[in-house]
Design a protein. Sequence first.
Length: 299
Amino acid sequence: MRGVALGRRYRSVRAALAAVALLPALLVSGCVPAPRAAPPGRQEAPTASAPMPAIIYEQVRSEHRQTDVRLYTAHPSGLERTKGLPVVLYLHGRDGIDPTPIPYDTLAALEREYRDGAIPAFAFVVVDGGYNAYWTDGSANGDLSSMLTEELPRWLRERGLGDDEGRPFAVAGISTGGFGALNYAIARQAAGNPVSAVAELAPALPVTWEHMSEKGVFGSEEQWRHADPLAHLDKLGDVPVGVWVGDTDPFLPGAERLVAEHTDIPVASVLPGGHDGSVFDVVGADMVRFLADHVPAAG
């Protein structure tokens, strides 16, 4: 096995995570330096060695970011139609959308699992939140939370994706995107249209201001605590959350707290590795299957 699955019941997951020793580690980015400028027009995404889903970059105008941003979609190749295709919003990590906002292992799993008949068709959608995005309003990159809740549904409707309102059925996030994914789910709960699932891959959830302040995102501890999803898990409702994290990830304490305090953690895995590809690149099939379990039934 490439990882250690810790069960599908909340109590056993909680006990297993508590038993994992936290080892000090330096944060290692799983992506690349700051993202390059967005290319003009529409282009195919880079390829990898394994069969990949259909992947397209487009540009859209975001008033909440006051710039053109890239919209990235990935769905199983060869679909006869994509109108009404269920969508998972995937929030990228610190280093943005290049070379890929979603690990190649996860993209390959989406294609492989669909081809094998193991999952229904669904799409991932990514919108570029810029460098070091924690997906909050008032950030250095603009009002990212409002972009997701107010602008993204329109972009999806225009492409015939998502539900009737252009909403994703679930949200996933890697690293800083995991911070944003929880807050997106909380916002959807508050709006009365909750997501069906949240997938957290190595979520960047600092549990101390000392750790958070190193990231240069929030101007004060008060601002961080206002935005910290771990401080607002009671507003998440009973949405199921899957968690995948490395046993030497410096954000492991935040993942432990999430598992211990949220009411529904049907899946949690601690894998050997840190905040890097040793974890990012081996969880694709498990995460894709978890999300597929929550794809809405065809109407």
